[in-house]
Ligand binder design. Structure first.
Ligand code: HXC
Length: 556
């Protein structure tokens, strides 16, 4: 389908008397069927002629632009759809559509497809709806007809309860179409919002995604970008220079590394289009087609009895020694395989989709190798969005806790860590999917509450024997509680030691929380995979009645 997927039409066969011909070899003549009234023959010649013209226009007419596209290391819209969809599954819509706009460089220039290829196909046999912008036509810019084609597949995706995947490669609003282009974008955004939480929406940015185009990916569930060729920004380098004098390149302004590592706009970043589109297929394999379906499950793989002794060695008992939480996740989930979201942004928290005993789960885990695993404004935003996503699509949550608290300091307070932390709190409090919390080592203060504690609705809380749950660490606690005693003492060091030991013995062990029902069980670390799998099996039929209200008001 790398060119245009034309269904070959049968040639007229003289004397055949059926199908495309009429028995006299003259297309368009009148035909008598079974002695009935004379009927008009289907004008197959015209159809064939029109389709041939389309093919010539699309395949040959655009050859120089296609060459330019390839020269920039980019594939064409149809080549991308070939990589994305199951072979031979693409059904194209609106092939004949052209714009009817007037304006400079538009009058008399009405290219077929109007710069976007739309339709439906399958991924691993499951239905998806797609649009792929075609940079070879008006730079993939969006005018009225282009937008209407996208609106159509968006509406079909929702009506059929199937994921929507948009491949973006264009210059934004088509300048010559003025307000009609802006109206077209508005129609996309409105549909993005209405489809949010109904069907998975995936944006793939494979070239420029400028101006209005950038808002649609931001409204969808996940955004993929390719290093080197993809850029996203609201206003390009030329406008920035004209307005403020600041000079910046396209890549510096909105390249994949910027959005993957600094802004969080990109969820997944890839080196090339092949691996990017392969990963889009992988993501689809982990998601339900819509919010009413369960995510696709594989056969159970014995996780409920699977012991992992390596876990106790991976996590050092000393609360401040770092370890890579991704190694812990790999021990807990099936085949050590998970798909990490925002790998390069807010790395102090890890969010990943994986399977556990064949069922898809969302994992949220503090990462002690980055900022000692503290939560900060960016980590809270990242985790909050992921929790909401999982909840919207019925994906159970497994939260691995090892958190010293929220990052202190003016930078964080001025960055609004209060409202960003509140987003994570809000997301967990609202989530009705099965929720299992595992406290690996330490869980202090507000960060303990926020990381899916029982108090905000976790269904099951498990703790390792080494763990410390408290308002704060022992030294800090003693400094506050015994400040006066320590100040009055001639020899405060041994006194402090005694107070610290006492505080640890009385408060900082999981049995204190377990006696009070805040931890359901204290488990051998080696049994973590098994116990989480058992807890999720117990919760598989969890159902929570909707909370009647129009909608909540999420923190700013
Ligand atoms: C009309 C456009 C266009 C646009 C590109 N083209 N963008 N035509 N409207 N928005 C056309 C070019 O004129 C050119 O036509 C062809 O597409 C290829 O573009 P090039 O510039 O030759 O390609 P390249 O050098 O690769 O640069 C790509 C680009 C650049 C970075 C995207 O074209 C660019 O900066 N375009 C403008 C981007 C922009 O400012 N968009 C914002 C629009 S405002 P020919 O005939 O020469 O082949 C907007 C507001 C909406 O979107 C707000 C809603 C919230």
């Amino acid at each position: 389908m790398s060119e245009v997927d034309f269904v070959p039409l049968p040639l007229p066969r003289p004397g055949n008397g059926s199908g495309s011909g009429n028995g006299n070899g003259k297309a368009g003549a009148r035909l008598r069927v079974n002695g009935g009234p004379v009927a008009a023959a289907v004008p197959m010649d015209e159809l064939r002629e029109r389709r041939d013209r389309l093919r010539r226009e699309i395949v040959q007419g655009r050859a120089p632009a296609v060459e330019r596209q390839h020269g920039q290391g980019k594939r064409t819209a149809r080549e991308r759809l070939d990589l994305l969809l199951d072979e031979g599954s693409f059904l194209e819509l609106d092939l004949f559509r052209r714009h009817r706009a007037q304006g400079p460089k538009l009058d008399g220039v009405r290219p077929a497809t109007d710069g976007v290829v739309t339709g439906s196909g399958t991924i691993d046999g499951r239905r998806v709806f797609v649009y792929a912008q075609d940079f070879t036509v008006f730079g993939g810019s969006l005018g009225e007809a282009h937008a209407a084609k996208i609106h159509k597949v968006m509406d079909l995706a929702v009506a059929n309860g199937a994921p929507l995947i948009g491949l973006n490669d264009g210059g934004g609003a088509r300048i010559q179409e003025g307000v009609m282009a802006l109206d077209g974008y508005g129609g996309i955004f409105r549909r993005n919002v209405r489809a949010s939480g109904v069907i998975p929406q995936i944006s793939v940015v494979l070239g420029p995604c400028a101006g209005g185009a950038a808002y649609s990916p931001a409204l969808t569930d996940a955004t993929f970008m390719v290093r080197g060729t993809a850029q996203m920004y609201l206003t390009g380098p030329d406008v920035i220079e004209a307005v403020s004098g600041e000079r910046v390149t396209h890549a510096e302004l909105g390249g994949a590394h910027v959005h993957g590592g600094r802004t969080g706009v990109a969820t997944f970043v890839h080196d090339d289009e092949e691996s990017c589109l392969a990963d889009v297929r992988y993501l689809v394999s982990l998601l339900p087609s819509n919010y009413l379906e369960a995510p696709p499950a594989g056969p159970p793989c014995g996780a409920e009895d699977d012991l992992r002794p390596a876990l106790a060695e991976l996590v050092p008992a000393e609360p401040n020694r770092p370890y890579d939480t991704r190694a812990v996740i790999a021990e807990i989930v099936d085949d050590g395989e998970f798909m990490e979201w925002h790998e390069d942004w807010a790395r102090n928290v890890v969010c990943a989709l994986a399977r556990l005993d064949g069922h898809v789960v969302g994992v949220v885990a503090n990462q002690p190798t980055v900022l000692a695993g503290v939560l900060d404004a960016a980590a809270a935003q990242k985790a909050a969005r992921f929790v909401r996503f999982c909840d919207a699509f019925g994906i159970p949550l497994v939260t691995l806790v090892d958190v010293p608290g929220f990052l202190p300091g003016t930078e964080q307070e001025y960055a609004g860590v209060i409202r960003h932390g509140a987003k994570l709190l809000y997301a967990y409090c609202e989530a009705t999917v099965p929720r299992v919390q595992v406290i690996l080592r330490k869980a202090y203060g507000g960060a303990y509450i926020v990381m899916d504690s029982r108090s905000i609705g976790a269904d099951v809380s498990l703790a390792w024997p080494t763990n410390e749950i408290a308002v704060m660490g022992a030294e800090a606690a003693v400094n506050v509680v015994y400040r006066r005693e320590l100040a009055a003492s001639d020899d405060p060091a041994p006194l402090r030691e005694k107070y610290v030991a006492d505080y640890r013995d009385r408060l900082m062990h999981p049995y204190y929380a377990a006696e009070r029902g805040l931890v359901d069980d204290v488990i051998d670390p080696a049994r973590t995979r098994a116990e989480v799998a058992r807890a999720l099996a117990m919760l598989r039929n969890k159902a929570v009645a909707p909370h009647p209200r129009k909608h909540g008001n999420t923190p700013l």
